[in-house]
Design a protein around this ligand. Structure first.
Ligand code: ADP
Ligand code: MG
Length: 261
């Protein structure tokens, strides 16, 4: 190996170009053999670096999202929920403007009908398209925001969540009455209004939500902001879990249920 080649690994480390470091030798050999112009070789190694960076970035976004593993559109059985249009969900995954406008997505239905699965599947699709998503149980997030409020850093904590294009609040209905006494959830909703999207799952549309906010006026104000720019998906079927158990074919949710499209 000549002296220039010997220095390359150091240079590439310093510049943080791990993919170039891994691939340059093979590409250089091919380039020398086939007499590539210098710019073709340079473009080839750099394109590899760029592609791997993008892959690593998406992996990082998927990790940080805390989305439930294995909940994908490819293993979501749309025939089980006739009220949900596959094309509509596909359009949501495309982003088609709603995320950029900070609009919301509300999913309602009794337990076990696939709300969490569907919202995670949409979240996963958006991550693939470069958006940043964060999934949390609503009561966990409320707890975290309450702690921030006690430590006088609620605005900063809410601002931290701004880095996510979509914040998924799963199971709003399970916020405890005593958690509602502080208005942190309202502050979050108000802060993201018309700026950053929220997706929310709940057992009932709006009834019982006064359990979740300190008083009726605040419930109304929260609902108003949530629905102003929103898509509502209602899953009103019998529990998928229960049906699966009854038919004796408990599906393995991690496994794709046959190819679609
Ligand atoms: P919910 O959030 O409405 O209570 P989940 O999304 O947790 O319901 O669904 C319960 C279980 O059933 C999960 O394992 C989920 O993956 C599975 N499931 C529900 N609906 C479907 C569906 N339409 N297709 C495939 N799996 C489903
Ligand atoms: Mg759920």
């Amino acid at each position: 190996m000549n002296a220039i080649a010997a220095r390359l690994p150091l240079i590439l480390n310093e510049l943080r170009l791990p993919t170039v470091k891994r691939l340059w030798a093979g590409l250089a050999e091919q380039s020398n053999k086939e007499g590539w112009p210098a710019e073709r070789f340079l473009a080839a190694v750099m394109e590899h670096e760029l592609a791997e960076r993008e892959t690593r970035r998406l992996e990082r976004h998927r990790m940080e999202s805390q989305i439930l593993p294995g909940k994908l559109l490819s293993n979501f059985d749309f025939t089980a929920v006739p009220s949900v249009s596959k094309a509509h969900v596909a359009a949501l995954v495309e982003g088609d403007g709603w995320i950029d406008q900070g609009a919301n997505l509300l999913l309602f239905g009794p337990p076990g009908v696939g709300k969490s699965h569907l919202v995670c599947a949409i979240g996963n699709g958006l991550i693939d398209r470069g958006y940043r998503v964060y999934f949390t149980r609503t009561s966990d997030l409320v707890q975290r925001l309450q702690l921030a409020r006690r430590e006088m850093r609620l605005p900063a904590e809410i601002t931290k969540l701004d880095r996510f294009d979509l914040l998924i609040l799963d199971d709003l209905s399970y916020v405890r009455r005593d958690q509602a006494e502080t208005s942190v959830l309202f502050e979050l909703i108000a802060a993201r209004y018309e700026r950053k999207s929220l997706a929310l799952t709940a057992n009932q549309p709006f009834s019982g939500w006064d359990q979740v906010f300190p008083d009726a006026a605040m419930t109304l104000a929260a609902v108003d902001r949530l629905v102003h720019h929103s898509t509502i998906i209602e899953l009103n079927v019998e529990s998928y879990r229960r049906r699966a158990a009854a038919s004796g074919t408990v599906p393995a949710p991690q496994q794709p249920k046959g190819k679609k499209d």
